[in-house]
Design a protein around this ligand. Structure first.
Ligand code: 7TS
Length: 414
């Protein structure tokens, strides 16, 4: 534990933890060990306070009424957009569209950009490990347009080959939609080379940043991706809000997704003209308090430092991997290195749901299932796997406790 202790002192996990009231809970009389962060992260007090303050003193509808509260609500909402813009390094605030989350953002791009640009014979490149929300929206638009899905395969041992990924992109590829970090493998995808190749053939790239945004520094201009999408709730913010970043010229060229208030400039029954970016894609009353909460959540991440979080989580994942490797009959899915925040594994002869049920009684929250990545489960010929996923507030002690509980559980079940 000595090496952990020195890292721990420098990082200050105790003060990070103290900011999360929910972590004080003791389910079944045991301290809560929350290791289901890839599904959703918990919320620090500052996010809860920002949302309460918003509803207590600021709430009104945005971009509409010319009155005191409406102006304050609009300012708070647009300030949140500025925070997102800086956090991801976008060139301008008009490139930041608020959505309901990653799923909503991908559906927007698939329906709007895909509907306008895809034709029969065009290729949409995805990977084997995509989350269902980065598969099904593309299937829907492929069915409508006659475009085809082309899937980046994994090596037979489950590893990712950049060469194979680059080979999957062809002259007929119009868009590559791929996870920045896999929610099952934890793999940090080498996206730079993929983006370069895609652009060489004139294709766009959408990065699904749902699992990256809280764990890796993201700079959309450096990445040079055309779209970047993520959910607020996976980065210490509230549910019901997410982001679609798009390069300005690309967003400008896209038709509206949903129609309604705020997204228009002028409506007549004969013809409607649309609002400027980003409002063209924000029909109806947006999730205002949620945007405020997300802005505060990103400031919370900045207050610790994304590099510090990345390093801390790297230690936790390395520790978790090493401990799991010592257990007989445990197979870890995904790479040994280039991994962010997630460790999925299968235990010979034991069902993941049984593990999750037994560990739950020890106060440990982990995930068991297909993780909304059934094609990946099919690739591994498994129905489900178990998954530990960490966040900024997890500790080496929790990892040790969870893996020891897993060991005892396996002894019991075998
Ligand atoms: N893409 C990836 C890579 C994800 O991990 C998830 C959610 C989504 C998209 C969808 O995000 P949403 O906020 O729109 O629902 N992943 C998980 C998970 O791994 N366990 O629960 C949800």
């Amino acid at each position: 534990m000595n090496s952990h202790s020195s890292v721990q002192t420098a990082y200050g996990v105790t003060s990070v933890r103290q900011q999360f009231p929910i972590l004080q809970q003791t389910p079944y009389g045991k301290p809560l060990v929350y290791l289901d962060n890839a599904a959703t992260t918990q919320k620090p007090q500052c996010v809860l306070d920002a949302m309460t303050e918003y509803y207590t003193t600021i709430h009104s509808n945005v971009h509409r009424g010319i009155h005191y509260l409406s102006e304050r609500a609009t300012a708070a909402f647009e300030h949140a957009r500025d925070i997102v813009c800086r956090f991801i390094g976008a060139a301008g605030r008009e490139e930041v569209v608020f959505t309901r989350g990653t799923t909503d953002s991908i559906n927007l791009v698939a329906a709007s950009w895909g509907g306008a640009n895809l034709r029969a014979g065009d290729q949409i490149v995805l990977s084997t490990f995509e989350h269902h929300s980065n598969i099904v929206p593309w299937q829907l638009v492929a069915q409508r347009t006659g475009a085809e899905l082309r899937i980046i395969p994994l090596e037979s041992d489950g590893s990712f080959s950049l060469d194979r990924a680059l080979d999957t992109i062809t002259e007929r590829t119009r868009i590559v939609a791929i996870a920045h970090v896999s929610n099952v493998l934890g793999l940090i995808v080498p996206v730079d080379a993929i983006i370069e190749r895609a652009h060489e053939v004139g294709a766009l790239v959408l990065l699904d940043g749902a699992q990256a945004i809280a764990h890796c520094g993201v700079d959309v201009q450096k990445l040079d991706c055309d779209f970047y999408v993520f959910s607020g709730h996976k980065v210490y913010g509230p549910t019901g809000i997410g982001v679609l970043y798009g390069k300005r010229a690309v967003l400008e060229s896209m038709p509206p997704y949903q129609g309604g208030g705020d997204m228009i400039r002028r409506v007549t029954f004969e013809r409607t003209t649309y609002n400027d970016l980003p409002y063209k894609f924000e029909a109806g009353t947006p999730p205002i308090a949620e945007a405020v909460g997300l802005g505060r959540a990103l400031e919370f991440v900045q207050s610790i430092g994304i590099e510090q979080i990345e390093q801390w989580e790297g230690h936790l994942i390395e520790q978790c991997t090493q401990l799991l490797e010592r257990i007989e009959g445990v197979r870890i899915l995904g790479p040994r290195t280039d991994r962010a925040a997630v460790v999925s594994f299968v235990c010979e002869g034991v069902h993941p749901h049984d593990i999750a049920t037994i560990l739950d009684r020890e106060g440990i929250a982990l995930r068991a299932g297909h993780h909304c990545a059934q094609p990946l489960m099919d690739f591994f010929s498994i129905a489900a796997s178990s998954r530990f996923s960490v966040a900024a507030y997890n500790t080496p002690e929790e990892i040790e406790y969870a893996v020891r509980a897993l060991e005892q559980c396996l002894t019991l079940l075998r």
